[in-house]
Design a protein around this ligand. Structure first.
Ligand SMILES: Nc1ncnc2c1ncn2[C@@H]1O[C@H](COP(=O)(O)OP(=O)(O)OP(=O)(O)O)[C@@H](O)[C@H]1O
Ligand SMILES: O=P(O)(O)OC[C@H]1O[C@](O)(CO)[C@@H](O)[C@@H]1O
Ligand SMILES: [Mg+2]
Length: 495
């Protein structure tokens, strides 16, 4: 097997195109670390479970749709408990921090990190860092015990607080060092995980025995590689209530139009899945798919046609869609939040006003439009049952990895298996809906809406050759082997 290592990713290659994108380990830069038998070996609850410990060579393929001649491709290290651990229970001093926007399930992850450390590994020193990254150096910390976290999964938000901005790598690592922390669990989105990667690099540069672990959090599902992010399922489910209300309102008046805005700064997954789940939506607009209002094939024409045919309609719009129409109204200095993210204008309000103006001006059709913005209501609820289970597995996997000495990784679900993924695989790009993918085609045929794409936009979308939409790995209409669209290859394939 070949082996190629840098500080963030270790690439191990094997026969038939097998590639393991491995995660760093403490003993990569600290030699002769002592090891201990995993305490789970003598825990009656686990020791009876056949094959509870993960085999040292277990890995999970990133791509599961393959062809006869496909290379075996990229794999990630399988998560789970190892026979040996690199921390004695009394030595563990863990901390947990949550950063970025809220997401259903944050409290569940916090709870399960604390309970896994206590109940599986007998580690009893766990701190909650108050208020995101800046809390490391400017706020108090909170002692977390199973008793303190017992009920928190029933609440939305995060009991340890969160913030945007304030990431100062060296102050954070100073604080980690001063407090004697040796396991850092960081729960957050793409920005947070870039910060986690910087913390890991600094910890490694200083030669500290500190495991730095990420748990990916994003209600927008904009993190790549993983099957889906926790809280996403809850968000899609909760969005149904807003869509249903919009539908009831629209259906009850002549020419009723309901507009619902959902979250999705750069990625329209919530809007797409909420639309597919609901069946009451006639048009879904997302940041990845450009649209236009006036003229043939535009939104106004489609609204008129739908109202004539059905008497009512529901439009779902992701908050990041159509921002190019609104950006002119921004004041200088208002464009970025403290983390540097683009501040968005209210596209739901804008599109509602434009539809009303258009039909009032034409004086042809009187319509009643109701606009619903449930975005923060969706983000603030506790996670549903499926997400609670998912959060539990993510947290347990994260703890098993740190105890086994792995560092510089996020835990994440890949093709239904818990894995350890190197930070830079997670932060190198954003996950987006691929509009040349089957799922978007399914949505278009479900709503029967126009694609709003002219031949030029269509050609550009095909040219972009984005990687497949993660929620449906293997569903992309590109040949997994050659990258060519299906009509350009000789044999039938994944499509
Ligand atoms: N490139 C970066 N390097 C270091 N730290 C970063 C970077 N980008 C963001 N951060 C820090 O990460 C934290 C969270 O970032 P951000 O507000 O972008 O949210 P996020 O983690 O992307 O989550 P979400 O987008 O889901 O709300 C902030 O404290 C911010 O300072
Ligand atoms: O108002 P805040 O906290 O900046 O959060 C809004 C953003 O956070 C997210 O929920 C996650 O990034 C986005 O969908 C949304 O644009
Ligand atoms: Mg983000």
């Amino acid at each position: 097997m070949g082996d190629e290592t840098n500080s963030q990713i270790k690439v191990v290659s094997g026969p038939a195109g097998y590639v393991l994108e491995d995660v760093p380990h403490l003993n990569d830069y600290i030699p002769d670390l002592p090891t201990y038998p995993n305490p789970l070996r003598s825990n009656p609850a686990y020791s009876v479970v056949k094959q509870y410990f993960v085999h040292v060579d277990d890995s999970v393929p990133q791509k599961i749709v393959v062809h006869k001649e496909s290379p075996r491709g990229i794999h990630f290290r399988r998560a789970g408990p190892r026979q040996k651990v690199y921390f004695d229970a009394d030595e563990v001093h863990a901390c947990i921090v949550t950063c970025g926007g809220l997401c259903p399930g944050l409290n569940t992850v916090i709870r399960e990190l604390v309970c896994s450390l206590y109940h599986m590994y007998g580690a009893t020193k766990v701190l909650g860092i108050d208020g995101g990254y800046r809390g490391f150096y400017s706020r108090n910390s909170i002692t977390l015990t199973p008793k303190v976290v017992n009920d928190i999964h029933k609440r939305g938000g995060t009991i340890i607080g969160t913030s945007r901005g304030g990431h100062d790598t060296s102050k954070i690592v100073d604080s980690i060092q001063d407090r004697g922390i040796n396991q850092v669990y960081i729960i957050g989105g793409d920005g947070t995980l870039k910060g986690a990667a910087a913390i890991f690099q600094e910890v490694r540069r200083r030669g500290l025995k500190v495991a730095v672990v990420g748990i990916p959090k994003t209600i927008d599902n904009d993190i790549p590689v993983i099957d889906r992010s926790f809280g996403f399922d809850t968000a899609v489910e909760e969005a149904q209530r807003a869509i249903n209300a919009a539908h009831v309102e629209a259906e009850s008046t002549e020419n009723g139009v309901g507009v619902v805005k959902l979250m999705g700064r750069d990625s329209g997954f919530i809007a797409m899945y909420a639309t597919l789940a609901s069946r009451d939506v006639d048009c879904c607009l997302i940041p990845e798919s450009p649209f236009f209002l006036e003229g043939k094939g535009g939104l106004f024409e489609y609204v008129e046609k739908t109202l004539k045919e059905n008497g009512h309609m529901v439009i779902v719009i992701a908050e990041g869609a159509g921002q190019e129409f609104l950006s002119g109204s921004l004041q200088p200095g208002e464009e970025r939040d403290p983390s540097g993210n683009r501040q968005l204008q209210d596209v739901g309000l804008w599109i509602s006003n434009r539809i009303k103006e258009h039909f009032a001006k034409r004086n042809k059709m009187v319509l009643t439009l109701k606009y619903i913005d449930p975005t923060y209501m969706i983000r603030a609820i506790p996670s549903n049952a499926a997400d609670n289970v998912y959060c539990t597995l993510l947290a347990q996997s994260a703890v098993h990895g740190a105890m086994a000495g792995y560092t510089g990784y996020t835990s994440g679900l890949v093709n239904g298996r818990q894995t350890y993924i190197p930070f830079n695989r997670i932060t190198e790009r954003q996950n987006k809906v691929v509009i040349t993918d089957r799922m978007w085609a399914r949505l278009l045929s479900s709503t029967n809406q126009p694609s709003f794409l002219g031949p030029k936009e269509m050609a550009e979308a095909i040219k972009e050759e984005e990687p497949p939409t993660s929620l449906l790995d293997g569903e992309n209409c590109q040949d997994a082997h050659s990258g060519k669209p299906p009509d350009e290859i000789e044999h039938s394939n994944t499509c």
